[in-house]
Design a binder for this molecule. Structure first.
Ligand code: PAF
Length: 284
């Protein structure tokens, strides 16, 4: 595993690989098993694996959130040594943004809901950095976790709009034993918050039992009430949406792909998760 900090170094190394298939996992560091499972999938499907570690300032709409985002390159490198990763690209802010990125993407209705609505500008920043990283790494495949469900839809749309020859590979959510979706933010939770946070996943899994029987509206109500009844947790939104358009559905027969997406505050820490209620080939 080789660590590089500049685009020139990275591209020189990748050029040596000739026509080998490049699998790319973009991250903001604070790596956990969810990230490592993305790297494992990249290594199964590619000849060369590149992982980027870059805390992207343009996707934070909250300065405090950016400031407290965990950063520890040495620990991340140690975690990556347990999987096959060929190159770690850890650039500086100036390397990624030699000048300000003023591009404004238009993702239409996809960005007007959920994370897009509650974190204005967030997805524009994600698209800025991911398109830059794609341009630097020029991967054949890029791997993203389904936990950031809306981000995945936005990145697919960005790749389509920019006509990039990159296959976007969605990867399953990895959970802690108690169900909590793995996230770099989990390490910011106090012991008490960490103890209460699994109520989010538990409630989502339980909601699968009554999803087809109760109306969409009633499932939403039950999920929000159950999570808000847990000490220290407060739902910011819970939307039940078409998995492709991300627009809210009001009944289970409105789509053959239905996902419930949630954002919950545990104190100041914002956690997201989602549950697929209906997929093309199975129901939850
Ligand atoms: O999901 C993330 O960690 C980030 O949004 C990403 C895709 C690495 C872009 O900074």
């Amino acid at each position: 595993m080789q660590v590089v900090h500049t685009v020139a170094e990275l591209q020189a190394l990748l050029e040596k690989g000739g026509n080998k298939q490049i699998g790319f996992v973009p991250t903001m560091g604070a790596l956990h098993h969810g990230h490592l499972s993305l790297v494992e999938q990249a290594s199964q499907q590619s000849d060369i694996v590149v992982v980027s570690i870059f805390v992207n300032p343009t996707q934070f709409n909250n300065a405090k959130d950016l400031e407290r985002y965990p950063r520890d390159l040495d620990t991340d490198l140690q975690a990556l040594s347990s999987v096959r990763c060929d190159y770690v690209f850890a650039p500086s802010v100036d390397e990624v943004y030699p000048e300000e990125d003023k591009r404004l993407f238009d993702f239409g209705a996809l960005e007007k809901v959920m994370e897009g609505k509650y974190r204005p500008g967030h997805f524009n920043g994600v698209a800025q950095v991911v398109s830059r990283l794609f341009n630097m790494v020029k991967p054949d495949k890029a791997f993203f976790g389904l936990k950031d469900f809306q981000q995945l839809a936005i990145i697919r749309e960005m790749t389509r709009q920019l006509d990039l020859p990159i296959k976007i590979v969605p990867c399953q959510i990895v959970r802690e034993e108690d169900g909590l979706a793995m996230s770099s933010r989990n390490m910011l939770l106090t012991d008490k918050q960490r103890k209460n946070a699994p109520a989010i996943a538990r409630t989502l899994f339980e909601s699968c039992n009554f999803a087809p029987k109760l109306s969409v509206e009633d499932v939403k109500k039950q999920v929000v009430e159950a999570i808000n009844a847990t000490e220290g947790l407060e739902v910011e939104y819970f939307e039940i949406v078409d998995g492709d358009t991300l627009q809210a559905v009001d009944s289970w027969d409105k789509s053959d792909y239905i996902v419930g997406c949630i954002a919950v505050f545990a104190g100041e820490i914002r956690l997201i998760d989602n549950m697929t209620y209906k997929n093309r080939d199975h129901e939850c």
